[in-house]
Design a protein around this ligand. Structure first.
Ligand code: 0O2
Length: 213
């Protein structure tokens, strides 16, 4: 096993565990028949090429070290998607209350969106991982956003590969307009939230019967 594999292994463990725990939160809402503030959860360990790019950007030596692990806070990253903007504060509150992770920083890019138009709530946590060498505290990033914010961010992220962050003005303007449109969509959906949730509750209750029809 290479040095990088050894270094990244607790981060992989953290991502796997966090995904199970956060998906567990979603199922618990289902069990008590309550609308879940969590729609779905994804997670990844930052690819080595992205670790290299970011370490270069931040002027941190590209080597498997504690310094790299604490300065690049998103080597372990988990993303929580919500249906409604209000769900985001419900989820952040649930995470703050947990004893198995410690929130050390929060970044509210929803109230203060990034100049690109990016919106999301970021929580930086310390998460203990039990390894055969003992306990290791891993820094991880949880990004919480609505489905509309996620749609925008994933499109913008793919375009970033093409343009390497240097968007032509026209694309930049269109992306900013699209970000505003996504935000207006979230606002509209919030207005009709109770209608949507009643329909979803009805569908969940009768989905087996509906499947027969
Ligand atoms: P990837 O490929 O997702 O891993 P800071 O140290 O706080 O100044 P840092 O560490 O970049 O800066 O943190 P920040 O700004 O909170 O962003 C971390 C992650 O948020 C990014 O990781 C993206 O996942 C996401 N993000 C931030 N800004 C944007 C944006 O404008 N567009 C999109 N699509 N995502 C964004 P990486 O490493 O950039 O990318």
């Amino acid at each position: 096993m290479g040095q990088w594999d050894v270094f990244l292994s607790p981060y992989k463990q953290a991502v796997d565990e966090l995904k199970v725990k956060l998906k567990g939160m979603r199922s618990q809402f289902g069990i008590v028949n309550a609308n879940s503030p969590i729609e779905f959860v994804t997670g990844r360990v930052k690819p080595l090429a992205s670790i290299y790019d970011k370490s270069l950007l931040k002027g941190i030596p590209f080597e498997p070290s504690d310094k790299l692990g604490s300065e690049l806070q998103d080597i372990a990253g988990v993303r929580i998607m919500c249906q409604f903007v209000d769900d985001i504060s419900t989820v952040t509150q649930l995470i703050r209350q947990r004893d198995d992770m410690k929130v050390i920083e929060e970044k509210d890019y929803i109230t203060n969106s990034k100049p690109s138009g990016y919106r999301s709530h970021h929580m930086i946590i310390e998460y203990p991982v039990e390894t055969v060498q003992g306990r290791k505290i891993v820094v991880a990033e949880i990004q919480i956003r609505t489905l509309a914010m996620n749609f925008w961010a994933s499109i913008e992220h793919s375009l970033n590969y093409k343009y390497k962050g240097e968007f032509p003005d026209e694309i930049k303007d269109r992306l900013q307009n699209a970000a505003e449109a996504a935000f207006r969509l979230d606002e509209e959906m919030s207005q009709i939230r109770s209608e949507i949730q009643e329909a979803q509750a009805y569908f969940n209750e009768y989905k087996d019967d509906l499947a027969i029809l």
